[in-house]
Design a binder for this molecule. Sequence first.
Ligand code: BYC
Length: 331
Amino acid sequence: MYAQALNVAEKAHADDPELRARFQHRVDAEEKIEPNDWMPEGYRRTLVRQISQHAHSEIVGMLPEGNWITRAPSLKRKAALLAKVQDEGGHGLYLYSAAETLGVSREELVEQLLTGKAKYSSIFNYPTPSWADMGMIGWLVDGAAIMNQIPLCRCSYGPYARAMIRICKEESFHQRQGYEIVMTLAKGSPAQKKMAQDSLNRWWWPALMMFGPSDRDSQHSDQNMAWKIKRFSNDDLRQKFIDATVPQGHFLGLTFPDPDLRLNAVTGHWEHGPIDWSEFNRVVRGEGPCNRERLKARQKAHDEGAWVREAALAHAEKRAARKAAAKIAAE
Ligand code: BYC
């Protein structure tokens, strides 16, 4: 547990208008808020929600790709995929640590994930039936993640912003390895090109949904932007992603599964057709194609890892007892 947990006395002033004004002034001046600084309770809760959802997404996000580690088509592809999935595990751990600085325990957060109380990104509830999906996840899912996460490097909360700097560097490698897989398939045999196209058809709309509900329906955007947790709205980031990604797909000779997709010559933006928000809501509610499977796999990993947690705890207790005995002996 970290220092924020010690700030119990400060919680008594949770709604003090003067403290709130001073806090907002610091945020507006682009100062970083650190774990021991005073912060409104809503700010703390919002960060715990967002950072933990982000951590859960990284951990659950290991599963769709983990599915292909033993079946990667070459040693080179296997090594890169293995490294990518390990990076995602690492991102989850930095993010859980960042959330812990806000006074929650990792056990609580993991429990919220396993009991279905906490959300994680909708995108990881889709299946990965073909090798092309490994390319598509890197190109589209990591591409969308970078678009959303680069601005988080400037988030007002210091531990989250700092964690995001390293995460974004690694996501950039992930995106390139994904695009390179898709490029190889798109320039390969007709069957390989078809595999890439089928995969793009399945992943395009779910990737657009990663950015969250439209600005009209986003509940948290306004407050999160005022607190400089978020820097851009969901729709603005989605548009940036579409503008960056559509030319990359066309370069590979692929088409996007959206008959309304067209370049607006005046604005320079790619306009898109309507997003099926009923599908998004279903997946977020737990009724997507793989929600149950994902949570079952996480529960199994958690149960099978119980002995590691117990051994680590026993080791820590022994070390503490040895240290205490040595201290008494020295006195
Ligand atoms: N899926 O008011 P809104 C990765 C929820 S991992 C599920 O706009 P906010 C990677 C939202 O939480 C990528 N739920 O919210 C890993 C809220 O629900 P609650 C994960 C979603 O917070 C492995 C409600 O809808 N990235 O990169 O202002 C392999 C209303 O939304 C989704 C992050 O987590 C969704 N797609 O904005 C490869 C980034 N969208 O909590 C790659 C950090 C929205 O009120 N998170 N919801 O019950 C964020 O930037 C923001 O939390 C969001 C949402 C943009 C996602």
